[in-house]
Write a protein that binds this ligand. Structure first.
Ligand SMILES: Cc1cc2nc3c(=O)[nH]c(=O)nc-3n(C[C@H](O)[C@H](O)[C@H](O)COP(=O)(O)O)c2cc1C
Length: 194
């Protein structure tokens, strides 16, 4: 079994360390408070993500463990996500602004929100945090819990915190953490490589 501590990607080409070393853990330290400076930097990185016409069509709900807001986000997670994500120091909901106040659609909102989340995760890992993005949650439940306007769409929940002790995790989670990380080869991704 691959040891949990060596989940660094074996890349086809050199990349920045943080890209190879970022991975989605399901083992968070349930006692670790949020590393506020590292977290603030991750939000700052998201802030500087590019977006169509600089519309920045993203918002975030930050729910630190122990708050009612955290409980509300946790309750909206689907199935297995609820089992491990509660140990993260915070759950962050990335929300896309899909239309302006006047109703004009923001066509790239979901794309741009994904970029902001990606920037967030990369900066978080560079700062010593670990993250795990989730699409498995009830969007309507989150929207209702936080009274979000219809033109905003919750897209992903990101668990963020410190890496926990694998010894404290269930066997099922330890096994999933130990699977090798894989990707499709670049040659199969390029539809055209003229
Ligand atoms: C948009 C999105 C939704 C995801 N949803 C879930 C989820 O609901 N539950 C989960 O355990 N992992 C989820 N993941 C994590 C992916 O399974 C994970 O990123 C992928 O397997 C690659 O693993 P790595 O991030 O460790 O490289 C999601 C990731 C993304 C980007």
């Amino acid at each position: 079994m691959t040891p949990i501590s060596s989940r660094t990607a074996v890349t086809e080409q050199p990349v920045l360390d943080v890209f190879a070393e970022r991975w989605s853990t399901r083992i968070f330290d349930p006692a670790a408070p949020l590393d506020e400076p590292a977290f603030a930097s991750a939000l700052e990185a998201a802030r500087w993500a590019p977006s169509a016409s600089n519309t920045q069509p993203w918002r975030a709900i930050v729910a630190r463990r122990g708050t009612a807001e955290h409980r509300a986000v946790l309750d909206a997670l689907m199935g297995f996500n609820q089992v491990w994500a509660d140990a993260a120091s915070a759950l962050v909901v990335f929300v896309a602004e899909t239309a302006r106040e006047d109703g004009e659609p923001l066509t790239w909102a979901v794309y741009d929100t994904g970029q902001a989340a990606a920037y967030f995760t990369i900066q978080a890992h560079a700062g010593g945090l670990v993250t795990h993005q989730m699409g498995g949650f009830h969007r309507d439940q989150v929207a209702a819990a936080f009274d979000i306007e219809a033109r905003f769409d919750p897209i992903s929940v990101v668990a963020v915190g410190l890496l926990g002790d694998p010894a404290g995790a269930t066997e099922a989670i330890r096994e999933r953490e130990s699977l090798p990380r894989t990707r499709r080869p670049i040659a199969e991704t390029l539809l055209v490589d003229a």
